[in-house]
Design a protein around this ligand. Sequence first.
Ligand code: NAI
Ligand code: CS2
Length: 488
Amino acid sequence: MTSLATQALPSQILQTTYDRSELKTRIVHLGFGAFHRGHMALYNELTNETAADKWGICEVNLVGGEDAIEALRQQDHLYTVTEKSDSSLSTRLIRCVTSSLHPTMDGMQAVLEAMCDEDIRIVSLTITEKGYCSDASGELNFNNPFIQGDLEDPQNPKSALGVIVEALRLRRERGLAPFSVLSCDNIPENGHLIGNCVKALSNRIDAELGAWIAQNVSFPSTMVDRIVPAMTPESHAEVTAILGFEDPCGIVCEPFRQWVVEDNFVKGRPQWEQADAMLVGDVLPYEEMKLRMLNGTHSFLAYSGFMAGHETISDCMADEVFAKAARKLMLEEQAPTLRVPDDLEKYADLLLGRFANTSIRHRTWQIAMDGSQKLPQRALDSIRFHISKGNSFVCLATSVAAWMTYVQGKDSKGEANEVVDPLLPEIQSALEGKKTNDEVVDALLSINKIFYPELVAQAVFVDAVKSAYGSIAERGSRAHVQSLIAGE
Ligand code: NAI
Ligand code: CS2
């Protein structure tokens, strides 16, 4: 079969030249999804070209994604990343993946054994926000069914947290040094969050293990940034046209990339700065900047843009009303909450330029997924800031209200739309029998896994959401968003 493993590549495909046989598998990555392929793996690939030490990655999907692991194996663990803007196009071969595993294909014990190899120094993750099994306050949710299962049978874990705890238990038992745990998901203080959850779970399982983990394992935080939309039949066809054959693991993304990593690793790390990663002491200011300005605006556009019939983020940018409202949200409602030295006006313009890239089709529907896991860090934290200062926050209230409209499962034309969210059952049961606008808002605000009770106790918050929700219901999403920028 023609594949990356057997076929010479067209001459324009960028390739490193290091000897793959020098790769040492030192990283196990959980979450071989689109993002990791176009981000961390690429940084690692570029680093290997110049660094003496060549770090290889063992790729694992714990939930779904068997097809990607199977395809990766079929092509000698090679795949391509295509970077596209409206004026540039380049494709690179990624050569630093050395192996792959999936619990349903290879057994969970094989995954755990790979994590217990003495060469492993880092276990990294891109498992989506819901993979952390935490509640809105960042604490481990012991009622999560995956966590309950792991507590009942810790040696046969199902959650990513349980897998990490069990691998660390085995390493300790075998007298091996631990690894660092590197979260690359879009969560504020992602290192702190996963550290907190891993320690909480391990303490429940075995207090001595919990103490050993607290003392010996590091959980560096990261700010990760690159827009990597889910692949579609069209983007797969683009990759096929570039290569002359299929690369089922190939991805297409924007050219921009940024990675800020807290330099706190217990057993070393690759020299990722050689690929332009920033290794710093404190990541939080960068994380907050990116999460609120980029992701906060993404979610605003996803819900209000989808409800106005816009299919992609670049479609929203082509609509002056949404482009102006996005800039207003960034500069007037997100930037003031931040404490970074960066020029935030310049940053906003950079983001709006990236959002306008029509050559990648980043669907509003995709970003709208898992809203219950995203709203707190993308909108609610900033709302709390504004309430404490007595400021208004009409755009942020619109994000929340537009989400409330979206989760009712209808698109802009009133046709059925699939809502994907781990809290969908709670959302649907809260909505049952609610008729008036205010009943709907009150019902959704009562879901305290999303909305902190102390926030819901603030009349100014509830009133702002009700006002935005009522306005969307009465005049439609686009006209409501237009009212936000009226007078500009
Ligand atoms: P994807 O849908 O392509 O991949 C999701 C990955 O998460 C899969 O590998 C899957 O196995 C794993 N996963 C899902 N639920 C899980 C669970 N409960 N436990 C363990 N693993 C689980 O999504 P993609 O694009 O790779 O994004 C993943 C995450 O990366 C996002 O949620 C976000 O936090 C972060 N990210 C994504 C960016 C993007 O543009 N796609 C950019 C920046 C960050
Ligand atoms: C998006 C992000 O899907 C989403 O929720 O907001 O994945 C976004 O594309 C990235 O964070 C960009 O770095």
